[in-house]
Design a protein around this ligand. Structure first.
Ligand SMILES: Nc1ncnc2c1ncn2[C@@H]1O[C@H](COP(=O)(O)OP(=O)(O)O)[C@@H](O)[C@H]1O
Ligand SMILES: [Mg+2]
Length: 388
């Protein structure tokens, strides 16, 4: 295991297209970093540059402070697992996983004990004599994972390794990969377009958009304090609700108008309040996480901090109820489709709220959902940056 430093890593393809633009990230030894972003944002390009399968236009990749520029992929002491991995079809599970140790001429006893440790973690102990063709997709992926990690490389690179698996298996494999990675302490860069995977697996999450790093931080940081509208919308499920509001600041009173409703913001933290006062009489983008809206029956918060709307649709998930809820708002307060592309999300002010499973809110009913003002997010409509 080793530290990894990406320094202004840039890739401009011959077509002139910049797939990765000056990416700088440092991983501590043993860290699990997830690089996440929509398809085409440059994730695989970044990984291929680290692996040496692609040469950067500028910038550097340092493994344990040693520059990897000019070092061929096989000499970089990194392992890589892709979505489409290949196992040796003629070898058994045991032999497949053992193979990297054989290449390194590790003694037989040691090889056997290492394979045992890995297969136990991956729950493959009963499959050791099978050939890959006799395994399920998930089992094959586990073997590939075991083979990549058993040789304990300085760095492990994974490019959407779970994309081919069904949903249930993906959830299980997420946990297995993390357990294995912790056991070996391998520094890892894991690429995915799936924000849930990023949030559940990463020590830190780096959000990429069009080759540009948007934000890097712990899952709690990128979820709790997204730096811009892109991160706000990309991280979290269901996505953050984004609506326009306008700020009213008079004497000591700070409030937010959402359509015809007014939310009292006097309990806002002093720092947030001060930043928001600069937007007096101006429009801001207000972000509301679905889980921060509560049915008042199940909330300790004072009513008064509530948002009134009509339940258009009620979806019961068992663990919670998802309400599609239209705010009683002027059109002027709603997001209009002629606004900048980034915030033109809805025609009417429809909001998603995830409330207590015992909520009795019915479709077509007018309800007041409680909200804690400090959990609202505010963004500048022009710069799209968080107001902080
Ligand atoms: N060899 C290439 N030449 C030109 N453009 C490329 C090349 N490889 C990838 N790209 C482009 O770079 C962008 C990023 O690709 P990629 O890193 O594969 O994205 P991701 O893995 O995030 O889906 C895409 O728009 C892709 O079309
Ligand atoms: Mg990719």
């Amino acid at each position: 295991m080793s530290t990894l430093d990406l320094e202004n890593l840039t890739k401009k393809f011959e077509s002139g297209f910049v797939a990765l633009d000056s990416l700088s990230v440092s991983l501590r030894s043993g860290e699990f970093l997830v690089l996440v972003g929509p398809s085409g944002c440059g994730k695989s390009t970044a990984l291929r540059l680290v692996a040496g399968l692609e040469q950067p236009t500028s910038g550097d990749v340092r493994l344990g402070s040693k520059s990897m520029l000019g070092v061929p992929p096989r000499d970089r002491d990194m392992s890589m697992v892709f979505q489409n991995y290949a196992l040796y079809p003629q070898m058994t599970v045991f032999q497949n996983i053992e193979f990297p140790l054989r290449l390194r001429k590790i003694a037989k006893d040691k090889r056997t004990s290492e394979v045992r440790r890995v297969v136990e973690l991956l729950q493959l102990s009963s499959q050791l004599e099978k050939k890959p063709a006799q395994l399920s997709g998930g089992q094959r992926q586990r073997v590939a994972m075991g083979r990549a990690l058993i040789r304990q490389p300085q760095l492990s690179l994974m490019d959407e390794p779970l994309s081919n698996l069904d949903a249930q298996l993906r959830v299980q494999m997420r946990g297995d990969i993390r357990s294995l990675q912790r056991e070996f302490g391998t520094t890892t860069v894991y690429v995915t377009h799936d924000q849930t995977e990023a949030m559940t697996m990463g020590d830190r999450v780096a959000v990429l958009r069009d080759g540009l790093l948007q934000q890097i931080g712990s899952p709690e940081e990128v979820f709790g304090t997204p730096k811009n509208l892109f991160v706000a919308r990309f991280i979290g499920s269901p996505s953050m609700n984004l609506v326009y509001g306008s700020v009213q600041s008079e004497a000591n009173k700070l409030s937010l108008r959402l359509g015809s409703q007014t939310l009292d913001l006097s309990s806002l933290s002093p720092a947030k309040a001060e930043a928001l006062r600069r937007y007096n009489e101006r429009r801001v983008v207000v972000g509301i996480r679905p889980h921060t809206l509560k049915d008042p029956q199940f909330s300790q918060l004072k009513v008064g901090y509530s948002l009134r709307g009509v339940v258009r649709l009620r979806e019961s998930l068992g663990t919670e109820i998802v309400l599609h809820f239209a705010i009683d708002a002027d059109r002027a307060g709603a997001i209009r489709s002629d606004e900048s592309e980034e915030v033109a999300l809805v025609q009417e002010t429809r909001i998603i709220a995830c409330v207590d499973p015992a909520s009795t809110a019915r479709e077509q009913q007018t309800v007041d959902l409680v909200i804690e003002p400090n959990r609202l997010h505010f963004f500048d409509p022009e710069t799209e940056l968080a107001i902080a």
